[in-house]
Design a protein around this ligand. Structure first.
Ligand code: DGL
Length: 253
């Protein structure tokens, strides 16, 4: 099969990457997307980096063997642990995602960054934070439990509201922007906003979709039209109905 006709693989530890998949489909409706969520091994963000690297490499190797023209690592955690290794061994574009701290810090003085413990302790984030520290006060906050709420499809339950009130309540009135530095978190946008009041929310999904498009255009591998397909797969097949539901949710502003 010609390269252009192959699908774009999109990978996450679980269901969070579907927030990136939505942005990809919106930007490139002519492409075929093959989404793989590793919910059987989620959450990744509380594991050691070496383990996340291994899990990520083994999924991407399997998808590559099936024939893909690009791999989008729609997971901040897997990107920080594995992107270098993946790129070193790949002849296709491998696109990652990082917390959208740059645009947030360029516009706001006090920025809260929600992400997994692994993302926040990796060197990649330390470097990013250093680049932005001159213009804004940056407050990193690990929220591993929020990943699990989204994995269960709990996007507005009383338990989620109580958890967010506990975690975010102390920052209400002190921060003016929040970076959703984990691809699961955009699904909890409404609840996050309710816990913090009128703050600006930033996530990297459209930036990642734009970069993917740029890489495909550069190689002449882009497929026009609007008739692409989306295939959803998961290492826990019982997650597929929820995956479909998340994909079909209207994106909030
Ligand atoms: N969705 C992933 C991210 O963007 C991480 C979730 C997990 O901990 O598995 O960081």
């Amino acid at each position: 099969m010609e390269r252009t006709e192959l699908p774009v693989a999109v990978f996450d530890s679980g269901l969070g990457g579907i927030s990136v998949l939505r942005a990809l489909v919106q930007r490139m409706p002519g492409e075929d997307f093959l989404y793989f969520g590793d919910s059987a091994n989620a959450p990744y963000g509380v594991r050691p980096a070496a383990e996340v690297r291994e899990l990520t490499q083994s999924v991407i190797a399997r998808l590559y063997a099936r024939g893909i023209k690009a791999a989008v690592i729609a997971c901040n955690t897997a990107t920080s642990a594995a992107i270098g290794t993946l790129r070193a061994f790949s002849d296709i574009p491998v696109i990652g995602i990082e917390p959208a701290l740059k645009p947030a810090a360029a516009q706001h003085r006090h920025v809260l960054v929600l992400a997994t413990p692994l993302t926040l302790r990796e060197e990649k984030f330390a470097a990013l934070m250093q680049r932005c520290a001159a213009s804004a006060e940056i407050l990193p906050l690990p929220c591993p439990e929020l990943v699990e709420f989204v994995e269960r499809g709990e996007l507005d339950s009383p338990a989620l509201t109580a958890y967010l009130a506990r975690q975010l309540g102390p920052y209400a009135g002190h921060v003016d922007a929040v970076v959703l530095g984990c691809t699961h978190f955009p699904f909890a946008r409404r609840a996050i906003r309710a816990a913090l009041g009128g703050v600006a929310l930033y996530d990297g999904s459209d930036g990642t979709a734009r970069e993917t498009q740029r890489q495909l255009v550069r190689r002449g591998w882009i497929r026009g039209g609007t008739h692409g397909t989306v295939t959803l797969e998961n290492s826990l097949p019982s997650e597929l109905p929820l995956s479909r539901r998340l994909l079909d949710l209207p994106a909030e502003d």
